[in-house]
Design a protein around this ligand. Structure first.
Ligand code: GDP
Ligand code: MG
Length: 164
């Protein structure tokens, strides 16, 4: 079994875009045991001689009670349980939201799995500077990236594979 990295965060921060960048042309495996809206996407990634599996998760919404968001939440917890490292994705174009704070609280409950905070959409210098506001979430390590243009992704991966 390869080590597992899961990508977690509220909806629309760019989790699936990051997932696609990490797995590249390799194909995602869809575990449809969980149903169409809650399925889990697995893919294999490779960096600096390390192979690892990546899990893309649905957008985490802690307080919604409808069956679909409850299903996504359950699926996120399953992904976190099997992860060696969590990429906690936030959006430095939108800035901090209360949902980010709720996800942070949920992740801090699990003290064992290392979390790398990843402010995405840091497409340029200005956005990268804005990412500093996310230090408030209380995670030691932050790696701003742009999943679209690739900025910062090499540094993130260099660090990530040292934790596997
Ligand atoms: P998810 O809901 O977290 O999986 O987010 P998606 O991957 O579906 O992306 C949500 C939106 O953000 C899409 O319109 C993406 O094109 C956009 N997006 C993702 N990554 C970036 C990025 O690095 N920069 C910018 N500017 N937009 C991004
Ligand atoms: Mg997605």
């Amino acid at each position: 079994m390869h080590p597992v990295v899961s990508i977690v965060g509220r909806p629309n921060v760019g989790k699936s875009t990051i997932f696609n960048r990490l797995i590249g042309s390799r194909k995602a495996i869809v575990d449809d045991e969980y149903g169409v809206t809650r399925d889990r996407h697995y893919g294999e990634s490779f960096w600096n001689g390390r192979t690892f599996n990546v899990i893309d998760t649905g957008g985490y919404q802690p307080d919604e009670t409808d069956i679909m968001t409850a299903g996504i939440r359950e699926q996120v917890h399953i992904a976190i349980d099997e992860s060696d490292v969590i990429l906690f994705v936030v959006d430095c174009e939108a800035g901090m939201t209360s949902l980010d704070k709720s996800v942070a609280r949920m992740l801090r409950e699990d003290q064992e799995t290392p979390v790398l905070l990843v402010p995405n959409k840091a497409d340029n210098d200005e956005r990268t500077l804005n990412a500093a506001e996310f230090y408030e979430l209380g995670f030691e390590e932050m790696h701003p990236i742009s999943a679209i243009n690739g900025r910062g992704t090499g540094d993130l991966l260099d660090r990530l594979v040292t934790l596997l």
